[in-house]
Design a binder for this molecule. Structure first.
Ligand code: ATP
Ligand code: SF4
Ligand code: MG
Length: 391
């Protein structure tokens, strides 16, 4: 059976007055029925662009998006309409996405009646059912409310309810919990997890916060994006337990731990720069190289590392870590990896630039340094701004 959604080597560029922005470059991800895929990365890494592409709101400039194995952009009108119903998006800001002059009952009735799913009295009973599913109970208390009469969390629940009216197979949740108070974030996440279990709906869950991905996607997988590319993908628990990519390791070390002992024990990765390069002037080779503590000149700044499949349903795009994994024997790559082979041909061992010790580190080891910019290292970013890891 094909995945419900498959993004196949898709790219998305935007023409702007300042030049061409390559927001997504050669991205391939897929979602099976009921699966959770979290997408994490800093601002501007292309998460929303990917979400919109999966929801059919943006056509890729290259590559394909497949729904149940068929290219949505070459499918018939009927098939496209069926796909658009099956994949619903929940945006970050429910206030902006809900019509302020409609009551909750009208907001939810519109898609039900437009798509002839229900009519008359059955519409009202279906609305009550959906409000209950999203924990807006008793439902009659909410039917006649306007969005401004609801709290942020309740508004987001109405957005989720609206997505559910069409019984979707996939929900793209784009920073869906980041605008609600921390105190109700967990309960909203739990509602979404319950919906996934009860309804078997798959989630593309977009967040800039790896801590939230860890909570929501624990039984699913997580893709880490950097400047328009997926740099690592793995089952979430494996990604958290053993992150391979230096960028994932930096993101992980930025998650605050409630336990101070754990905080001290946690890997601290020394980035060479906190500046995110501009998408208009991407660095050659690996786009992470101006910031990467494992950077090797002549390799990382010349060749783009390919996203390479690893055992355990993992994928990784890093010359140096792939080389170390193959050398240490922890990974045998089917048919060999171009990236690792290129790195191996070059020879030198992985050396992590660390402030305290300058220790050699293999991919399986922890790099001991502090998550701050190495002032002795060159600052590679071109100063486009954006918020850096750990700031
Ligand atoms: N319609 C557009 N026109 C021009 N540039 C765009 C457009 N949409 C997105 N971009 C650019 O593409 C890049 C990726 O944007 P995107 O919104 O996908 O990132 P993101 O990872 O969702 O970031 P954030 O965490 O801030 O939401 C950004 O540099 C953004 O400015
Ligand atoms: S390819 Fe090189 S620069 Fe890129 S993440 Fe790996 S070690 Fe760092
Ligand atoms: Mg976004």
């Amino acid at each position: 059976m094909p995945p419900v959604i498959e993004v196949d080597h898709a790219s998305q560029s935007f023409k702007t007055r300042r030049g061409l922005i390559h927001a997504l470059r050669d991205v391939s991800v897929s979602l099976d029925a009921g699966e959770v895929l979290c997408v994490v990365g800093e601002s501007g890494s292309g998460k929303t662009t990917l979400g919109k592409m999966i929801a059919g709101l943006r056509r890729p400039t290259a590559g394909r998006v497949l729904f149940e194995g068929r290219d949505i952009w070459t499918s018939s009108r009927e098939e496209f309409a069926r796909y658009r119903k099956a994949v619903q998006i929940v945006h970050q800001d429910p206030y902006a996405s809900l019509n302020p002059v409609q009551r909750v009952r009208d907001i939810l009735a519109a898609p039900l009646e437009r798509h002839r799913i229900t009519s008359g009295r059955s519409t009202l009973s279906r609305i009550r059912e959906i409000l209950t599913q999203v924990d807006l109970t008793p439902p009659d208390d909410f039917l006649d409310k306007y969005p401004h009469q609801l709290s942020g969390g309740q508004r987001q629940r109405v957005s989720i309810a609206r997505a559910l009216t069409l019984s979707p197979r996939v929900i793209v949740a784009d920073e869906a919990v980041s605008m609600v108070d921390t105190s109700i974030r967990v309960s909203l996440l739990n509602t979404l997890l319950r919906l996934r279990e009860e309804l078997g709906v798959a989630f593309l869950f977009i967040t800039h916060d790896l801590g939230i991905a860890k909570y929501f996607g624990w039984s699913g997988s997580t893709a880490v994006m950097y400047l328009g590319r997926v740099v690592e993908r793995a089952p979430t628990r494996d990604l958290i337990a053993e992150p391979h990519h230096p960028y994932t390791r930096a993101l992980l070390s930025a998650i605050p731990e409630p336990d101070p002992v754990l905080t001290r024990a946690k890997e601290k990765l020394l980035l060479r720069s906190l500046e995110i390069p501009s998408l208009l002037r991407l660095p050659p080779g690996c786009a992470f190289h101006p910031r990467c503590p494992l950077f090797e000149a002549g390799l990382c700044d010349t060749e783009v590392p390919a996203l390479t499949p690893l055992p355990g349903r993992r994928e990784l795009a890093c010359h140096v870590v792939l080389r170390e994994l193959t050398r240490s024997g922890s990974v045998t790559l089917d048919g060999g990896s171009e990236s690792a082979a290129r790195a191996a041909a070059r020879g030198p061992d992985l050396v992590a630039t660390t402030r305290e010790e300058g220790v050699a580190s293999s991919a399986g080891q922890r790099v001991e340094a502090s998550l701050s910019v190495g002032d002795e290292e060159g600052k590679g970013g071109d100063g486009s701004g954006g918020h850096g890891v750990g700031r």
